[in-house]
Unconditional design. Structure first.
Length: 262
């Protein structure tokens, strides 16, 4: 088989771009720390962070699993509750007008102020972290689902009703499919917010988790370990975001504009 039968595809730089940019960022960071003699307790170099990651890897791994577990549980509750409330809010204009201002007011309350209340109610442990992750990730899902349902064109509803469709039929066959891109798109935002909520609760009061580890490292002025924990959080967030983006493309690829033929 001759080589003429094979068509060489150009290298896709978009796949390598994240790695190139990340490598360049860490290289500039490392060089700046050495060039300007930045103290370790102010900004540790990436090499020092790598050493701390290797040195404290068992603790980082164990607490990473704890944070991931509380985040995923809170995120799962946010999906169920957000989807249910989003459908309820988007079901009718009256419900939308009545509940939406209340949700905005609730979301305007800083969740850092809710954390101590949850700890007083449920004690130190995983429950406050799960609930705070749920509360922070809940709102984007509700907003996106309700928006997808509430923006059905009135003309389309009139035509469907003229054809004998009921409200439930319109929601099941038009509203919910229309809201799916909004729903799966909101998951990418909600999962990162869930991490914020879980870590926030762990810094306020917990016996384990990356937030607790970072707080303990700060009390010891161990800045390399603090940044190692932050790096672990960034990796977990990126992985979960990538998974949600993959799920979004698998479930709602039909709603995304294709680049073919451009």
């Amino acid at each position: 088989m001759s080589t003429d039968e094979f068509e060489k595809k150009p290298f896709d730089w978009t796949l390598a771009a994240p790695w190139i940019y990340a490598t360049a960022m860490f290289a500039i960071w490392e060089a700046s720390c050495w060039l300007f003699a930045i103290p370790q307790f102010v900004l540790p170099a990436p090499s020092r962070i790598a050493v701390a990651t290797w040195q404290f890897w068992p603790a980082i791994w164990t607490n990473s699993l704890q944070t991931l577990w509380t985040t995923l549980v809170g995120f799962g509750l946010a999906i169920v509750g957000g989807l249910a409330l989003g459908i309820l809010v988007g079901w009718s204009k009256n419900i939308y007008a009545g509940l939406y201002p209340l949700m905005i007011g609730f979301n305007a309350v800083p969740k850092i102020a809710v954390g101590p209340i949850l700890i007083m109610w449920f004690g130190i442990g995983s429950v406050p972290a799960i609930l705070l992750a749920f509360l922070i990730a809940f709102f984007p899902i509700v907003v996106n689902v309700s928006t997808g349902l509430a923006t059905i064109e009135p003309e389309m509803e009139d035509v469907l009703r003229a054809l004998g469709a009921k409200k439930l039929d319109i929601m099941l066959k038009v509203g919910i499919p229309r809201a799916l891109p909004y729903f799966f798109g909101s998951l990418k935002v909600a999962v990162t917010l869930a991490f914020i909520g879980a870590v926030m609760s762990e810094t306020l009061g917990a016996n384990s988790g990356l937030g607790h580890t970072m707080l303990a490292a700060q009390s010891q002025f161990n800045m390399p370990l603090v940044f190692a924990v932050l790096l672990a959080l960034a990796v977990e967030g990126i992985v979960m975001y990538a998974i949600m983006a993959w799920v979004e493309m698998r479930m709602t690829g039909w709603a995304h504009r294709s680049s073919m033929g451009q």
